[in-house]
Structure formats: structure tokens, C-alpha cells
Design a binder for this molecule. Structure first.
Ligand SMILES: NC(=O)c1ccc[n+]([C@@H]2O[C@H](COP(=O)([O-])OP(=O)(O)OC[C@H]3O[C@@H](n4cnc5c(N)ncnc54)[C@H](OP(=O)(O)O)[C@@H]3O)[C@@H](O)[C@H]2O)c1
Length: 328
């Protein structure tokens, strides 16, 4: 009688959408939901209240709510309203599929996605570092969509200096349309130029966060403008401590961070064990050259047995390019 899904962060949950679609025909019905319904009033009302108000007779869910302390609350709330419940009813392999969600809901840090576009031999830019995009149009559209699905995107100052990227979401359709993630630059000494595209385009609607490690006040004032904010984080190994920035981003409501390079920043996340997922766009080019930056730069992993293993590898085509996604 009705179906629904959670379209956007902060928007009505799937249950509310489905009950709206059912328009009164949910009375006496069974509701099947993927995730245990929420029973607390957050950004939206409690779904358990909406289900009770609609007169639903039974609620079946696939997986327990992995959010802090919420698991099992729905059964109690629905039981008090006289509604039968069944859940979690998902077999083990299915529960594993929800693990990214469980980790995204971690109160400690955002889910971290590393994304890069590389030649087939793993270089993310030619040796002389022209700022030209390696991948094709389809891949570019995919990246804009991905940005719109994340609350924040990040680059290192090396990328700002080399490529002067805008980093905004320019999706022309779909759920990412009109969304602007927070753009974060890891920049210990605030070397980002005042006229860099990322700073010049900052506004309250398209905000920018410059994460530094105690840069001089003169640099802070030179880069200050509406939409630009600063985070003074601790230094670790001469760079901005990624774990500290992640904690600060989580406190600002960032559940998913897209790290768009360059080589050194991505490597820092891997080395710190703080990368959850990789989106590698492989483009049919051979660049070579020991001076050409690889996807991951820095010290690297000394022994094969210490290398992070990727799982759930999936591949697809993006026009001329190949997209490889995996969990770390
Ligand atoms: N094809 C792609 O997908 C893609 C994407 C992005 C970039 N690129 C290419 O990558 C190259 C730039 O890479 P890059 O390695 O030079 O620059 P990067 O990773 O963008 O930035 C590195 C700089 O960021 C600062 N930083 C602050 N905190 C850091 C931390 N925790 N870990 C690492 N760096 C931190 C450091 O400078 P301070 O010490 O001054 O803070 C560091 O030198 C360019 O050639 C660019 O074209 C390619």
C-alpha cells in the first residue's frame, strides 16, 4: 500500500514516506523496514509514533539500529502501543552489508572515503604536474554526485597549490543536486593563497574549513572572509593530525568525509588506519616517471603482511574509465 525511503539527511525517514504514500491504507497492515524504526525525536519525529498513529498492526525489521543505545528501543516503544514486532530478521551476510552504516554512525569519527583518479600505472598526475583532469566526463559526473552525498570533502594544500580545485558539488540532477559539502583543506602553515578558487568561492552556502597546526595569526586574518572558518589542530609528524580533524568534523555533524588527495594526504589517512573505503578511478593512460605522484605517497608500507587488505571489491565502467571500489 505504500513504499518509502530516506531521501536526504534531515528529511523524513522511510517509514514516514511509506505511511504518507499509503494514505490511510496502512491501518492493520504489516510494515517491513530495513532498519529498526527510530523511537526518539531527532531531526524528525519518532517513526515508532508515526507507525502507531497510522494503526499499523505489525512491524518487521531486518537489522537492529546500530546508533548509540538505540538498538532494541523500537520493540519496547511499539510493544507499549500494542503493535507486534519481529526483528532483526536479516541473515548474517546481510547484516555484514549494513556494517558501513554502523560505522558511519560512529560518534567518534566520520566514515572516510578515499577517492583518486589514476593512470593505469597508478600515477595521479604527470611528472610536471599540470592541473588537467585525468578521467573523463562520466567520471567527473560521478565525482560531483559523490561529493553531494558527503557532508565534507578534503584535500591537502599540495593539491590546492598544484591544481587550484574548486571542490564544489556541481551535480546537475539526482539526490546530490544543490548540495554543498564542507570543503576542508589540510594546511599546517596556511599556505593556501588568498585567491585560490576554494577560498575565493567560499560563502555561507559553500563553506570552507582550513585545518592548520598553529599558523601565524597574520595568515588567518589574510584568509578570513565569509564562509571560511579555521580549525587549529595539533601537529603530528610535522603535519595536521588527521585523527583530531576527524573528531572535530564529527562534532560538526560530518558523517562521511571524501578525501580527494593528493598523494600525501591520502597516504596519511591510510597510515593512520583511518581510511574506510576506496574509490579508485583508473583511466586508460600510462604516465610513468618516478617524479609523477602516485595515488599514495610517503613512506609506504614496509612489508606485504602489514599492507591493508581491501574487501568487497566491485568494478564498473564510467565511460572510458574503470571504477574500482572496495572497503579497507
Ligand atoms: N588525480 C587525482 O585524483 C588527484 C587528486 C588530487 C591531487 N592530485 C595530484 O596530487 C599532487 C599533489 O599531491 P601532494 O602529495 O603534493 O599534496 P597533498 O597531499 O594535496 O598535500 C600535501 C600537503 O598537505 C599538508 N598537510 C597537512 N596535514 C597533512 C597530513 N596530515 N598529511 C599529509 N599532508 C598534510 C602538507 O603541507 P604543510 O606541511 O604545508 O601543511 C603536505 O605537504 C598534484 O600533482 C595533484 O595534481 C591528483
Amino acid at each position: 500500500v505504500g513504499r518509502g525511503w530516506h531521501r536526504a539527511y534531515g528529511g523524513p525517514h522511510a517509514e514516514v514516506e511509506a505511511l504518507r504514500a499509503a494514505a490511510g491504507r496502512a491501518r492493520g497492515a504489516t510494515a517491513y523496514v530495513s532498519l529498526e524504526p527510530c523511537s526518539t525525536v531527532g531531526k524528525t519525529g519518532a517513526c515508532t509514533d508515526a507507525l502507531a498513529a497510522a494503526g499499523v498492526a505489525e512491524v518487521v525489521w531486518a537489522a537492529t539500529d546500530p546508533d548509540r543505545g538505540n538498538g532494541g528501543r523500537a520493540a519496547r516503544a511499539l510493544g507499549r502501543a500494542g503493535i507486534a514486532t519481529r526483528g532483526p530478521s536479516l541473515p548474517e551476510p546481510g547484516a555484514a552489508a549494513l556494517e558501513p552504516l554502523a560505522r558511519r554512525l560512529s560518534p567518534r569519527r566520520p566514515w572516510v572515503v578515499l577517492k583518486w583518479a589514476a593512470s593505469l600505472d597508478g600515477r595521479v598526475s604527470p611528472a610536471r604536474g599540470e592541473g588537467a583532469r585525468l578521467s573523463g566526463e562520466r567520471a567527473a559526473r560521478f565525482v560531483h554526485d559523490l561529493r553531494g552525498r558527503c557532508e565534507a570533502v578534503a584535500v591537502g594544500v599540495g593539491t590546492v597549490l598544484a591544481d587550484d580545485p574548486l571542490l564544489t558539488c556541481r551535480a546537475s540532477s539526482g539526490p546530490a543536486l544543490g548540495r554543498q559539502p564542507l570543503r576542508v583543506v589540510f594546511d599546517s602553515r596556511l599556505r593556501t593563497p588568498r585567491d585560490a578558487a576554494v577560498v575565493a568561492s567560499a560563502s555561507p552556502h559553500a563553506p570552507v574549513l582550513l585545518a592548520h597546526a598553529g599558523a601565524p595569526a597574520s595568515r588567518v586574518s589574510s584568509l578570513s572572509r565569509p564562509g571560511v572558518s579555521f580549525l587549529c589542530a595539533p601537529a603530528r609528524g610535522g603535519a595536521v593530525d588527521v585523527a583530531a580533524v576527524l573528531r572535530a568534523l564529527r562534532e560538526r555533524g560530518v558523517a562521511r568525509l571524501l578525501v580527494e588527495g593528493g598523494s600525501r594526504l591520502s597516504a596519511s589517512f591510510v597510515r593512520a588506519g583511518l581510511a574506510d573505503q576506496v574509490f579508485a578511478i583508473l583511466t586508460p593512460l600510462l604516465l610513468g616517471g618516478s617524479d609523477a605522484p602516485p595515488a599514495l605517497d610517503g613512506t609506504g608500507i614496509a612489508s606485504l603482511s602489514d599492507a591493508p587488505r581491501l574487501s568487497s571489491l566491485r568494478t564498473s565502467r564510467l565511460g572510458q574509465d574503470l571504477l574500482v571500489r572496495a572497503y579497507v
